[in-house]
Design a protein around this ligand. Structure first.
Ligand code: 5AD
Ligand code: SF4
Length: 468
């Protein structure tokens, strides 16, 4: 190498991310720890000196998808090697955690397998892989916490940013791999969260979503020696000047305590939106799932949330066809959906995850029946989502402008309920929250016009903008 010792050689890094926002966040942090080694983003894996596949175990056929991707990458790696270049290939995330040994057995061309708790050690693993000529596996879940070792975020955040405050889960729902792959619940100290939030806001973020697999179980150590719950953390975050909006995801009904509900009443910047997975509306299935609450408990939480914050909208996760779910149980889920009325939802067909209690349970629901139930559930949820979107038409709603739209003079923004909104406005307004009269609801977005005083002078055209 002829470059001077101080300047690392310029290398390209490609990260492919599957799954949740936590994984998206982790991918940016992996890019951050590798930046000092000279790695800059690559457009495509073919052009990359290092490829990381950040995997998700929750989705169906996660392992098969990974192995077929690894098959393609093996070819690319060979081509690069025959052209005199190399490719360090790493598998990260929950599939790596759960199936590390299987990955190196079936795909010996993989150089590094790392679990979600070891990202801060990536640079060292890259160096070891370069020396070893064999796979480096790091899937321990050490007590030493990765957060303390990760550098500050390098890339500038957008107007909307994510901030991980909690990881792992101790709930052990019957169907879920997270407690096995992400390990025990851990909360970041409150001072670290506040410091990161201040940095994000100083760098331009106006909306922050707090992330955690069980975010409302947050119990972070505070500077005063006490422990803060999520409600207290939100109250402190709300004091940061310039931070216009706060959200958090994903929550568990069992941790929806009085203090958190009161936070929805008291904190104006906490958006009227909550993703609260219920999974099923049948008490029998909820018990089999080990959820620790009944359908009535969920309904009562919804009632209290709506009393605290009348404009709150809810989204949820559902599983159709958990082992032992009868037609009656499924009907109870539909009844709960009808009773609550969700603004958005994610619904899944139950799929078995090796090692979880439900995987070995008798009474697996036949595939065709699971499909039929999922379709029926999704039709109802879609109807509710469309109705919710349509109900915004005619309202004046605060919209955080996040960037330019697809058409000249158009900007994009986000409603309090996560809907994309497009309107005609001056791009100089990006980063501000403006009042918008919603004119129309499209399948996946809203369109409207500015109504706020000062902002109104920036209207470029009175025409209704074209749908996105
Ligand atoms: N089968 C189907 N859906 C699942 N989920 C988690 N594990 C499974 C599984 N084995 C869903 C749950 C969870 C969401 C993130 O994914 O609804 O809330
Ligand atoms: Fe999985 Fe249940 Fe924990 Fe959610 S609460 S991460 S579904 S075990």
């Amino acid at each position: 190498m002829t470059a001077s010792a101080a300047a690392p050689a310029r290398k390209r890094l490609f990260i492919r991310t599957w799954g949740c926002q936590m994984n998206v966040y982790d991918s940016t942090r992996m890019a951050d720890v590798l930046a000092p080694l000279g790695y800059a983003p690559a457009e495509a894996p073919e052009a990359a000196d290092m490829v990381i596949l950040n995997t998700c175990h929750i989705r169906e056929k996660a392992a098969e998808k990974l192995f077929s991707e690894l098959g393609r990458l093996r070819e690319m790696k060979r081509e690069r090697e025959s052209a005199g270049a190399g490719m360090v290939l790493a598998v990260a995330g929950c599939v790596a955690q759960a199936e590390g040994a299987e990955i190196t057995r079936r795909a010996p061309w993989v150089d590094i397998v790392l679990g979600p708790q070891t990202y801060h050690r990536l640079p060292e693993m890259v160096a070891r892989a370069a020396r070893a000529g064999g796979a480096v596996i790091e899937t321990e879940m050490p007590v030493e916490q990765k957060f303390d070792h990760l550098p500050e975020q390098a890339a500038p955040p957008g107007i909307t940013a994510f901030l991980t405050v909690q990881e792992g889960c101790d709930k052990f729902c019957s169907f879920c791999v997270v407690p096995y792959t992400r390990g025990a619940e851990y909360s970041r100290p409150a001072s670290a969260v506040l410091a990161e939030a201040r940095r994000l806001v100083a760098a331009g973020a106006r909306e922050i979503t707090l992330l955690g697999q069980n975010v409302n179980a947050y119990h972070g150590e505070a500077a005063d020696g006490g422990t803060w719950g999520l409600a207290r953390l939100l109250r402190e975050l709300a004091e940061i000047p310039g931070l216009l909006r706060l959200r958090y995801t994903t929550s568990h009904p069992r941790d929806m305590d009085e203090a958190l509900i009161a936070a929805h009443r008291d904190i104006p910047t906490l958006l009227p939106w909550l993703h609260l997975p219920v999974q099923s509306g049948s008490d029998r299935v909820l018990a089999a799932m080990n959820r620790g609450h009944k359908a009535a408990d969920f309904l009562r939480i919804v009632e209290r949330l709506r009393a605290a914050r009348p404009d709150i909208a809810l989204s949820s996760d559902f599983i159709a066809g958990h082992p032992g779910e009868s037609r009656e149980d499924f009907a109870a889920t539909l009844a709960l959906v009808r009773e609550v009325g969700f603004a958005a939802s994610y619904s899944f067909k139950y799929s078995s995850r090796p090692g979880t209690p439900a995987a070995g349970a008798p009474q697996q629901v036949p595939e065709a029946e699971k499909d039929a139930r999922l379709q029926e559930l999704q039709a109802l949820l879609r109807e509710q989502q469309d109705a919710f979107n349509r109900s915004r038409a005619g309202m004046v709603v605060p919209v955080l402008l996040t960037g330019p739209g697809r058409h000249p003079g158009q900007v994009m923004g986000r409603s309090p309920w996560l809907q994309p909104v497009h309107l005609q406005a001056d791009a100089a307004l990006v980063g501000q929250e403006v009042q918008v009269r919603i004119l129309a609801a499209h399948p996946n977005s809203l369109s409207g016009v500015l109504v706020s005083g000062e902002a109104a002078s920036h209207i470029l055209s009175a025409e209704e903008p074209a749908p996105a």
